[in-house]
Design a protein around this ligand. Structure first.
Ligand code: PEP
Length: 246
């Protein structure tokens, strides 16, 4: 089926980086002719420090609430005000360490869309689920929470990142075939929810993507780019990964 999904590479700095790295990325990426969409997600305090850049910015989390007495939280409108166009929601590190449920993740995604941020919604299975060969029902549950809460139009505004937890920060990447299988499943599931919904949605792969494995992963028909952790902290590695998505 025809589609015009422009590939995307998003970097998740996690709790890393500093003003120096902000400056490096702003300067170095400008000299590159990259044809994929590029998103950098630094710690939110650095968002307003990217003064002159030619890529998009994203946050790594957002509150599901609008405003009020919620110490330490940041709202969609605040993130937008300091330059974010994207926000990662449901990263497995937050699902695990902050006990974020799929329902809460869906609420965050919904608020993000309503407030004008594009959510990058992370889904992905832990190792025991892969070993039990129950990946598809596991991912289907995570997607169901989204499709139950978001309208089809809101779903169309989302990016989905498949990030098998066993591949995150471990150096153990999914094979291109494993990634393709799950991406194709996600697309089929979205298509079953609403006609052709899956065809227009960007599906990123995340989990130990490096300059030397990116090309193979990104050349799979249902892989539209990547969400990059560790390798997004070195500008030359990140640029090489972006080139693999061109
Ligand atoms: C991530 O945390 O989103 C990620 C993909 O990390 P890494 O690339 O380091 O595995």
């Amino acid at each position: 089926m025809e589609h015009n999904r422009v590939p995307m590479v998003a970097g998740n700095w996690k709790m890393n980086g500093d003003q120096d790295l902000v400056n490096q990325f702003s300067k170095e990426l400008k000299t590159q002719a990259l044809s994929c969409a590029v998103v950098i997600c630094p710690p939110s305090v650095y968002l307003p420090l990217f003064s002159d850049h030619d890529f998009s910015l994203g946050a790594q989390n957002v509150s599901h609430l609008q405003n009020g007495a919620h110490t330490g939280e940041l709202s969609v409108s605040m993130l937008k005000e300091v330059g974010a166009d994207y926000v990662i929601v449901g990263h497995s590190e937050r699902r695990e360490s902050q006990q974020e449920s799929s329902k809460l993740v869906a609420q965050k995604a919904k608020n993000a869309v309503e407030g004008g941020l594009t959510p990058i919604v992370c889904v992905g299975e832990p190792l025991n689920i892969r070993e039990q060969e129950t990946v598809e029902p596991y991912i289907a549950e995570q997607l169901k929470a989204l499709t139950e809460l978001l309208s089809v139009d809101a779903m169309k505004q989302c990016v989905i990142a498949y990030e098998p937890i066993w591949a995150i920060g471990t150096g153990k990447t999914a094979t291109p075939q494993q990634a393709q299988e799950v991406h194709a499943f996600i697309r089929r599931t979205l298509n079953a929810h609403a006609e052709e919904l899956g065809e227009g949605i960007r599906l990123l792969y995340g989990g130990s993507v490096k300059a030397d494995n990116a090309k193979q992963l990104f050349s799979q028909p249902d892989v539209d780019g990547g969400l990059i952790g560790g390798a997004s902290l070195k500008v030359e590695d990140f640029i090489a990964i972006c080139r693999a998505a061109n």
